[in-house]
Each structure stands twice: as structure tokens, then as C-alpha cells.
Design a protein around this ligand. Structure first.
Ligand code: R2B
Ligand code: URA
Length: 310
């Protein structure tokens, strides 16, 4: 059989397709990926991760553990023979981290700073492991704008709180802006995997990424609030007019970093409430857990389709 069918080891000598735009990396004799407790000297990253094709991330550690279990049982028939569910969390207390054959399932915590650290290390991991054309997914939760709670929103792109389509960060005292772009073709393909008998709606739209859950998302129920209900509604309306359909806390950084690295990526978030109607997340824990499975199902369908192809 051809080189391509060397399943499992993934030990190809070709370079990764993932781009590190950092001239310093080549000058380092080794690199410690501190927060995921892996390193180029301490681990054979090509052997461990060379076969990775799909990187699935979400905020909550438990959710990403159950996603790993779900994907493991759901895709049994097409996973490479001998695939096991590996718990790679061993030394890392920060993020939960699982590998199921070519699929990684990793939690990123709440908000951009937590996600961003992980993105640096995962992108470097892809590079060191010589991974080719990985697809990154964020499977998350969000607040909807003008849509039925429980709806899945597939992001067409991310905007910040000022509705700028980029991720702005301060680096050495300078503001750096990076386009928060997502792969449009992938977004539409993900949307096409919604089935007419699915018991939930799915929409495409922009996602607003906030640095806070309360005031930063216009909520009136935080510990502090210096804006009015009218200010809130005006803001949500403005977001909606700009094409924003949901609000969460990682989309700009996730989009910008994958885009910079040349990684195809999609964000699929279920909405827990309609922000035009309130601020508090009211459904029971059970209902919310059921809703959290919805983006996971779409991602499982995508992986099934593309694993069977390869
Ligand atoms: C959605 O839900 C979390 C806040 O509750 C945050 O991680 C996000 O993006
Ligand atoms: N996550 C958010 O960031 N906002 C919401 O309203 C719900 C979940």
C-alpha cells in the first residue's frame, strides 16, 4: 500500500502544513509546551501526534471528556484498528486532553487568555508533530441574539465588542490586530450536515467575542452595572444588524490564530438563551447538557464523512 496508508504512526518526514510565523523557533534547541506538559526533547511528538487530523476544543473539561467518549463510540467502525481513548492529561492540571486515534479533544477554559495560551502550544504541537492539514473545531456554548434557545450557530467569522472583525492584542506595548477569519467553505459544509429530522435549528452568522460574561456582554445582572436596559437593547440590536447571531468568549482569538497558522477552522456553539429576552441562563442542567451535544453531533458527522474518505 502507499505511504499515505501508514495509519497510526503518522511518521512521515514531510514538514507540517501548519505555519509558525516565528523566526526564533528554529533557533531553539528544544521547546517545552508547558501548559500541556509535552516537549520536543521529552516526547516523540511525531510518533505521538503525527496521525492527528481533527482538533476539537471546548471550554469545559468535563464536556471535552464526554466528547472524547462520544466520538470513540460513535466512530468505532471507521477509527483505525486498535484505536483507544487516551487520556493525555496526566501531568497537565490546566486543560483536559484526550486523543482518540486522529482526533484530539481538549478543553480550553473560559475566555481568550486561557484559550490563547493553549492555541500557541497546540499550533506548535501540530508543527512539531508534522501534522498535515488539521482541522480545528471549537464546540461551545453561547448566548443567542433573536434565535430560539438550543439553536446551533455556525460562525461565519468573529467580531470583537466594537464589532471589529479582528482580534486585537497588546504586544510589547503596541496594539496588534489580526483578522478573525474562518473558512467559509468549511462553515457551509458544517451547516449542510444539519439534517431535516434534527430536533434543533441551525443557523450561520457572525459571533461576537466578549472579554466578560456580564457587563462585557451587555448583561444587567453582574456585580456592577452602569448601563441601562435601553443601552443593552440598543447594543444587542446593533450587533444583530451587523449579522451577529451569538455571543461567546473565545471566537476572535480562535479564528485569528488558526487563520494565521493556515489551519482550517470552524466554531459551532449552541445558544443557551435569547439575549433579547433576558440575561440569566434558566434551563435545567439536564436540558443544557442535552443541548451541548448538538454541536458535537455535527462535528461527529463531519469527521465520519472525512475519515471514511481518507
Ligand atoms: C461560552 O460560555 C463560557 C462562559 O459561560 C465561555 O467560555 C464561552 O465562550
Ligand atoms: N456563554 C457566553 O459567553 N454567553 C452566554 O450568554 C452564554 C454562554
Amino acid at each position: 500500500s502507499s505511504d499515505k496508508s501508514k495509519n497510526g504512526s503518522g511518521a512521515s518526514n514531510e514538514e507540517s502544513t501548519v505555519r509558525l510565523k516565528n523566526p526564533n523557533i528554529k533557533l531553539m534547541d528544544h521547546d517545552i509546551l508547558y501548559h500541556i506538559a509535552l516537549g520536543t526533547q521529552s516526547h516523540d511528538l511525531v510518533q505521538m501526534f503525527g496521525d492527528v487530523k481533527f482538533v476539537c476544543m471546548g471550554g469545559a473539561p468535563k464536556r471535552m471528556q464526554s466528547f472524547a467518549k462520544y466520538i470513540y463510540s460513535e466512530l468505532q467502525d471507521i477509527l483505525p484498528p486498535g484505536t483507544v481513548l487516551q487520556d493525555l492529561q496526566e501531568h497537565s492540571h490546566r486543560y483536559s486532553f484526550y486523543k482518540v486515534g486522529p482526533i484530539l479533544s481538549i478543553s480550553h477554559g473560559i475566555g481568550v487568555p486561557s484559550l490563547q495560551i493553549l492555541m500557541h502550544e497546540l499550533i506548535k504541537l501540530m508543527y512539531y508533530a508534522k501534522v498535515k492539514d488539521p482541522v480545528f473545531f471549537r464546540i461551545g456554548t453561547s448566548g443567542g441574539i433573536g434565535i430560539e434557545p438550543g439553536t446551533v450557530v455556525i460562525s461565519e467569522g468573529a467580531v470583537d465588542e466594537m464589532i471589529n472583525p479582528y482580534y486585537e492584542q497588546v504586544v510589547v506595548g503596541r496594539k496588534v490586530q489580526r483578522p478573525a477569519k474562518l473558512d467559509q467553505e468549511l462553515a457551509h459544509e458544517m451547516a449542510s450536515l444539519h439534517q431535516s429530522d434534527d430536533e434543533f435549528d441551525l443557523v450561520l452568522g457572525k459571533t461576537m467575542c466578549a472579554m466578560d460574561f456580564y457587563e462585557g456582554q451587555g448583561r444587567l445582572d453582574g456585580a456592577f452595572c452602569e448601563h441601562t436596559q435601553a443601552d443593552k437593547m440598543e447594543y444587542l440590536k446593533k450587533l444583530h444588524e451587523a449579522g451577529v447571531r451569538n455571543i461567546e468568549m473565545e471566537a476572535t482569538c480562535f479564528s485569528a490564530f488558526t487563520h494565521m497558522a493556515g489551519i482550517k477552522a470552524a466554531i459551532l456553539c449552541v445558544t443557551f438563551l435569547d439575549r433579547l429576552l433576558g440575561d440569566q441562563v434558566r434551563p435545567s442542567k439536564d436540558v443544557l447538557s442535552q443541548w451541548e451535544l448538538r454541536p458535537q453531533q455535527i462535528v461527529a458527522r463531519y469527521i465520519r464523512r472525512h475519515l471514511s474518505k481518507s
